[in-house]
Design a protein around this ligand. Structure first.
Ligand code: ADP
Ligand code: ZN
Length: 614
């Protein structure tokens, strides 16, 4: 069978993606290979296909047990002999796998680095008596001390090359930076490696950043547009994951909190409920991360500011791995930056990492990275351009799929507004928070105001005509632009003036601000639009059929105890809606339907399609 037929038979795909082709070719030519692809780029196929094209075994080293389990059940559903060996298996299960290995019936073996190196490399010795086609090292950036996912066992994987000098190694990662790449090549002892870096663009993800004015309302409006679709909401603290989840639940949304402080059991439950579509939304700290291999996550929301652009990109990258339209929303609140900065100042440089860098430089680096993220939030330019630029990729044209491109912001001359804010800060003695400063501008007469006699200031009430959220919108921008200084002492944040503030006060420099759009008009504007559909040109009937197919998929998944997308991804369901296959043969033509799935599922799915479209 040739490459194309194999791809069709096992995966139901028509062809390799352009970024996969050279990687697969390199491995088939027996070359050590480093493949750098963004999340969702299709890394797994790069080693799975070569394995299927040979009669030998592929060994995959992967850091995450949950991920191995899902990968293996997915492969088995496609009729591929795969298994994994890790600490989660009982010893009789392990024996079974070893037996399969020795009898040569296994095609792909997943294992953890710990298992590979344990008991004096027992497993490696065993593998030396088996015909091996390739070693794949997934999440290869874990070898590098430069990254944040450093795993000491990964750094020892160079032993593979020592023991199997003639077997090609394919290292795969979504981390693009130079230092990490070099580290991977060195630590894994790759020989004459061919490196392939694909574009990091994720064209199917729409990026939106909104100032957080009325957070929960904004969040609910957004979720409404993705009814029943899977999503992840990232928060900064455990407490906020719980609060947000609770409020969503109160609004009838199937959401659960997920954070590092939960028991392993609870975490596992939420993970599998999410995978099986029993929960729509997981509200999580970044602890809910690397192991998420759900291909149909339609949206990722940042309820708080992420730490830096790498983190933001990695987290938003968990949306839309299947290539269907998906969305990333960041609710931007400058107050979060203050909290993050105080974290940075308290964080000691990790012991194992960055030997060459001292504590002060380490912290400065983190602050600089946060600055870049804030710039990204405040930009009026194409967000995708800025993101890709950060990863040293240049996008020729504006993307037309981010909020800056889709809804360009109106700019206004902000000099007078800024002067009002700055003078209120100055006249109250540079020791109050933003809320109080706005109260002064709006002439709010409260106890505190009277006590300090701020109701007698000339600035008192000069901004009565502007609402509090609107003032907030301008003040946040001034902070972000560095025109107001934020001083923080623990959790108390006060505003002060700096040199640039004085320039503004004296009218020596212009200030351009984005105009305020009240949430109400936004709300109405959104309401008049229909809910987002996975595919824009779906008719009402199409959408109904899609829902029926989705619910069938869910039933089957529950019965077989696997994640729903292991049965079929959304891309396959969409193709079914479009093609409406009515026979086994037609069903076999659907994207993602290989021979095994065709045999197993054609009746159930074509039945529903025939009922819905007689
Ligand atoms: P990564 O590990 O790089 O994040 P995956 O290997 O999980 O990406 O693949 C992401 C998605 O793309 C999966 O749903 C997979 O089935 C799909 N995919 C991969 N390669 C192809 C291809 N050649 N044609 C169609 N879909 C593909
Ligand atoms: Zn854009």
């Amino acid at each position: 069978m040739n490459q194309q037929q194999t791809l069709q038979q096992y995966f139901g795909f028509n062809e390799l993606r352009p970024s996969q082709k050279p990687v697969v070719a390199s491995i088939l030519a027996g070359q050590d290979t480093l493949g750098i692809m963004p999340t969702g780029g299709g890394k797994s196929l790069c080693y799975q296909l070569p394995a299927l094209l040979s009669n030998k075994l592929a060994v995959v080293v992967s850091p995450l047990i949950a991920l191995m389990h899902d990968q293996v059940s997915g492969l088995k559903k496609n009729g591929i002999a795969a298994a994994y060996l890790n600490s989660s298996l009982e010893s009789h299960e392990q024996d079974q796998v070893i037996q399969q290995l020795q009898s040569g019936t296994l095609k792909i073996l997943y294992t953890s680095p710990e298992r590979l190196l344990s008991n004096n490399h027992e497993l490696l010795s065993l593998l030396q008596n088996i015909n091996i086609q390739l070693f794949a090292v997934d999440e290869a950036h874990c070898v590098s001390q430069w990254g944040h996912d450093f795993r000491p066992e990964y750094a020892q994987l160079g032993i593979i090359k020592n023991l199997f000098p003639s077997v090609p190694i394919i290292a795969l990662t979504a981390t693009a930076d130079k230092l990490t790449q070099e580290d991977i090549l060195i630590k894994l002892k790759l020989e004459n490696p061919h490196t392939f870096i694909s574009s990091f663009d994720r064209p199917n993800i729409t990026y939106t950043v909104e100032p957080k004015n009325n957070g929960m309302g904004q969040l609910l409006d957004f979720i409404k547009t993705w009814e029943n679709e899977s999503g992840i909401i990232y928060c900064l603290s455990r407490k906020s994951t719980q609060e947000v989840a609770k409020k969503l639940q109160a609004n009838g949304i199937r959401a659960e909190a997920f954070h590092a402080g939960m028991t392993t059991e609870d975490k596992h439950q939420i993970y599998s409920d999410f995978m099986q579509d029993n929960i729509q939304i997981v509200v999580a700290t970044i602890a809910f991360g690397m192991g998420i291999d759900k291909s149909d996550v339609r949206f990722v929301v940042h309820w708080n500011l992420p730490k830096n652009i790498e983190g933001y990109y990695q987290e938003t990258g968990r949306a839309g791995r299947d290539g269907l339209p998906s969305e990333a929303l960041l609710l931007y609140n400058i107050g979060d930056a203050v909290t993050l900065r105080s974290f940075i100042n308290k964080t000691a440089k990790p012991k194992d990492t960055l030997e060459k860098v001292d504590q002060e430089t380490f912290q400065k680096l983190q602050h600089d990275k946060l600055d870049r993220l804030i710039d990204f939030c405040q930009t009026g330019h194409c967000r995708r351009k800025i993101l890709l630029q950060y990863f040293a990729e240049y996008l020729e044209h504006n993307c037309n799929n981010c909020d800056s491109c889709l809804h360009p912001k109106t700019k206004i001359d902000g000099l007078i507004l800024s002067q009002k804010i700055l003078s209120a800060i100055g006249r109250t003695g540079e020791r109050f928070g933003v809320g109080y400063v706005i109260d002064v501008l709006r002439g709010a007469s409260n106890e505190r105001m009277k006590k300090y006699e701020h109701d007698k200031l000339p600035t008192f009430g000069i901004g009565e005509d502007i609402s509090k959220p609107e003032w907030m919108h301008y003040a946040n921008q001034l902070i972000g632009l560095g025109l107001i200084e934020v001083q923080y002492d623990g959790f108390i944040k006060t505003l002060a003036l700096n040199q640039r503030s004085w320039q503004i006060l004296k009218g020596e420099a212009p200030v351009e601000l984005t105009a305020y759009e009240p949430p109400v008009t936004k709300h109405i504007a959104k309401k008049s639009k229909p809910n987002k559909k996975i595919i824009e040109d779906f008719s009402v009937e199409d959408q109904e059929l899609f829902e029926s197919l989705r619910s069938l998929r869910k039933d089957i998944a529950q019965e077989e105890e696997v994640p729903a997308f292991v049965i079929f991804g959304d891309v396959s369901l969409v193709d079914m809606v479009k093609q409406r296959p009515k026979s086994k043969e037609e069903f076999g033509q659907i994207h993602g339907v290989g021979t095994t799935k065709q045999e197993k599922y054609w009746q159930q799915f074509t039945n529903i399609i025939s009922i819905d479209s007689p």
